[in-house]
Design a protein around this ligand. Structure first.
Ligand code: UDP
Length: 311
């Protein structure tokens, strides 16, 4: 297949591109490099089945030739990014999704939308099944991301129902791995980088909020399965093993052998108190569940950051 990946120079987009190329597909990687980096796809430049196009997908996309698949992964995705880039975040989720769906419709391509556990907001149902409608503050600081993705889901379903486009929606839960940026701001990268630098680990609030962390290779496997065998209804992909942020800090310190202190900083506004995917749908429809344990995935990520920080 010839497949377009938007956000191809980002953390997930680059891993997804690697996987699609390894599966024998041809990949057009698109990115405006707002939060992505060419370093993430430097190893693909020599691959003749990979083409990079620098483009902002909130503008019309003109792509000559046939296209069988679209993966819409372009978006700021870290809380510090979407707080800094609120309008771009809203635009890429709304206008960008509209443009990629329009392209998929014109080309007769299947379209997979990268959505997020943030559609559940600060959830009142735990763990979160796909049938839960969420608890989102539309005008809070995270609203720009949460509502953009909720709009993107609505737009994707409208193109599916109204135009008959073959669509998929993946709701991605916290994911980590190599190629996260040292300054990404996410908890896993922050803790690893802080511990490696011998700096204090910044725990927000009391650290009693929970998250479940999925290793990037597991996530990509789930997404590829969803693309090939799934249906239009959203599917949660994430790791259902839940940790408090405080527990994560201890695990990272232990694994690095770090003596870093823990410092407590204010909890960001609307920070979800708990989050864990119900992955029954992914298990039954896709035969998918994560295989990489936290310690193993963390080790690979720590090894990556050791090299990245030394470079
Ligand atoms: N967090 C933290 N210290 C950090 C970064 C994040 O305690 O240096 C917390 C954050 O408040 C949240 C959780 O870790 O409760 C996960 O944050 P992240 O930004 O990784 O993703 P989120 O799930 O909030 O989108």
């Amino acid at each position: 297949m010839r497949i377009l990946v938007t956000g191809a120079a980002g953390f997930l987009g680059s891993h997804l591109s690697d996987r699609l190329l390894a599966d024998g597909h041809t990949v057009v990687g698109m990115d405006n490099l707002l939060t992505g980096s060419l370093d993430n796809i430097a190893h693909l430049r020599a691959n003749e089945r990979f083409q990079f196009v620098r483009h902002d997908v909130t503008n019309p996309i003109e792509l000559p030739g046939t296209l069988e698949g679209v993966f819409h992964f372009a978006s700021p995705a870290s809380p510090i990014d979407y707080l800094k880039l609120p309008i771009q975040t809203l635009k890429v989720g709304s206008l960008g999704t509209h443009k990629t769906l329009g392209l998929a419709k014109a080309k007769g391509a299947r379209m997979l939308l990268a959505s997020t556990s943030e559609v559940y907001g600060d959830p009142l149902v735990h763990p979160q099944p796909e049938t839960y409608w969420g608890n989102v503050n539309p005008i809070g600081p995270r609203g720009v991301y949460d509502e953009a993705k909720r709009f993107a889901e609505a737009m994707t379903m409208a193109y599916h129902r109204h135009h008959g486009v073959d669509t998929r929606i993946v709701r991605i839960f916290n994911t980590y791995g190599p190629r996260m940026r040292a300054s990404d701001g996410r908890v896993v990268s922050n803790f690893i980088v802080q511990a490696l630098r011998g700096e204090p680990l910044t725990v927000y609030g009391e650290g009693l909020q929970t998250r479940s962390f999925c290793y990037v290779d597991d996530l990509v496997e789930g997404i590829v399965r969803l693309f090939h065998k799934g249906k239009a209804d959203p599917v949660n992909i994430g790791n259902p093993v839940e940790f408090t942020v405080r527990e994560l800090a201890d695990i990272v310190r232990r694994q690095i052998g770090s003596k870093s202190q823990i410092v407590f900083e204010p909890l960001p506004e609307d920070d979800p108190k708990q989050r864990r995917p119900d992955i029954t749908r992914a298990e039954t429809e896709l035969g998918w569940k994560p295989a990489v344990k936290l310690e193993e995935g963390l080790q690979r990520t720590i090894d990556y950051f050791r090299r990245a920080l030394a470079a």
